[in-house]
Design a protein. Structure first.
Length: 131
């Protein structure tokens, strides 16, 4: 048995292609299903390798956002919306600063509409605002 850890994207893709024999859904997606819960936890054993040309931590941000979008149970609706809308920017290499992420989270918690969140994300992800 190999002890080599796979990349988190490969692990996630593999889980998406496997059916849970307990609940019948994609393995790791259904919160409360014991087998899915274990598989979902295993998702975090995979390594995060940042791609070339992106800031350190970008891959972690992608992993967390994809995890929330794939399995939103227990996460507030505004947070799921914000993370779903942020994913395209993350996939292009954007990584918000802690302060930017906190401002976006506060906006979502105040009940901002999807359109307002999208405008805020676009403003943050502009190259001149990445300082």
């Amino acid at each position: 048995m190999s002890t080599r850890k796979g990349d988190h994207a490969t692990c996630g893709a593999a889980l998406d292609r496997l059916a849970c024999d307990a609940c019948g859904g994609p393995l790791g997606r259904r919160a409360g299903c014991p087998r899915c819960d274990v598989a979902h936890g295993m998702r975090y054993a995979a390594r995060e390798t940042d791609r070339r040309g992106v800031p350190p931590g970008n891959e972690h941000a992608i992993r967390v956002n994809v995890s929330v979008v794939r399995r939103p149970e227990g996460i507030s609706t505004p947070e799921v919306l914000a993370r779903r809308l942020l994913l395209p920017a993350l996939l292009t290499g954007f990584l918000p600063t802690r302060e930017q992420a906190q401002r976006l989270g506060a906006l979502a918690k105040r009940g901002a509409r999807a359109e307002d969140l999208a405008v805020a994300i676009d403003g943050l992800a502009k190259p001149d605002s990445r300082e």
